[in-house]
Design a protein around this ligand. Structure first.
Ligand code: ZN
Length: 313
């Protein structure tokens, strides 16, 4: 008669339970079983914080190499998430970025109740990101020879969601651009409006687009760069109204996600649906640009669009 052994895995300890026919009790002194370590012991081979695994080609990449390559996989060109400050550093000339509204912080106006309170979430993300107070960094910097009103979103802060602070900071940035005659460049990556702020976050869609309309009246260019992922309220407002809409390769861009669309319409979605390549083919995006070429291309576009009104701010 065979004995079936059922293995239950706890967090770190493998417990072996007897099957249907337990073995006869053995005579003699019984010693407590030493727990066998599983799982974590395997990870010891790879020291944490030194290597990262590419989610696409699964190659192990030395973190410093990944940082030097602006978080793009050197093996397969997969564009990983990059922080707002790292991106700004890769775009503007050294020591030319003047940050605006750096101290602006979100307030829990609705006293949102959930599994975790909005205030505790904000505190956790501020601690995690250490240098961020919300999901966007705005300011004026020099790109090539141009002074530019630059806004960069960070998906790492509450999914890049747009609350009152994101909307207000961007609106102020755009208004600064309008007042000082500067082009506006915004890098958008977001899961959409911030649900913890309800209607207040939805109002940011109208506010940012209103500010952009005043900016456009001054015949100043607005370049929107879409970064993976860019969805919902952000895509339905300032991210999709650029004079020039650029994107990074293979970025997922849309309003509702593909799963929601598939379930709602019961239709088979085409290959590459909602990727930047698909959207370029269908006319929403003007150009797809590799992260390492972004600065050069931006300078080229700004040279072209700002001809005749070079601003020395
Ligand atoms: Zn890769």
């Amino acid at each position: 008669m065979g004995t079936k052994v059922i293995k239950k895995r706890g967090i770190d300890v493998e417990q072996v339970q007897p099957g249907l026919t337990p073995p006869p009790p053995t005579a003699g002194p019984s010693f407590p079983k030493k727990p066998r370590l599983t799982g974590k012991s395997k990870k010891r081979d790879i020291p944490e914080g030194l290597w990262s695994k590419c989610p696409r080609c699964e190659a192990l990449i030395y973190d410093r190499e990944l940082d030097d390559n602006l978080k793009v996989c050197p093996k397969c060109d997969h564009h990983g998430a990059i922080g707002a400050r790292e991106r700004i550093h890769s775009l503007v000339e050294t020591c030319t970025f003047e940050e605006m509204d750096a101290g602006m912080e979100s307030v829990d106006v609705l006293r949102f109740k959930g599994v975790a309170s909005y205030e505790s979430k904000l505190a956790a993300y501020k601690k995690k990101s250490s240098l961020l107070k919300d999901a966007v960094v705005t300011g004026v910097g020099t790109v090539g020879s141009h002074r530019v009103a630059l806004g960069v979103m960070d998906f790492g802060f509450l999914g890049g969601s747009m609350g009152s602070v994101v909307g207000e900071k961007l609106a102020r940035l755009i208004e600064t651009g309008t007042d000082r005659g500067l082009p506006v460049v915004v890098f958008s990556t977001s899961g959409g409006a911030r649900m913890y702020e309800g209607m207040f976050s939805l109002m940011q869609m109208a506010k940012t687009c209103g500010a952009l309309a005043y900016h456009a009246r001054q015949r100043l260019p607005y370049i929107s760069v879409l970064v993976n992922p860019c969805y919902a309220g952000v895509m339905a407002s300032y991210a999709s109204v650029g004079d020039l809409i650029l994107a990074e390769p293979e970025a997922m861009i849309g309003f509702a996600g593909p799963r929601v669309i598939r379930d709602t319409t019961q239709a088979e979605l085409p290959d590459g649906f909602q990727t930047s390549e698909f959207l370029q083919k269908h006319g929403l995006i003007d150009a797809i640009i590799h992260r390492r070429d972004m600065k050069t291309r931006l300078v080229n576009y700004l040279d072209f669009m700002m001809t005749g009104r070079r601003v020395l701010a």
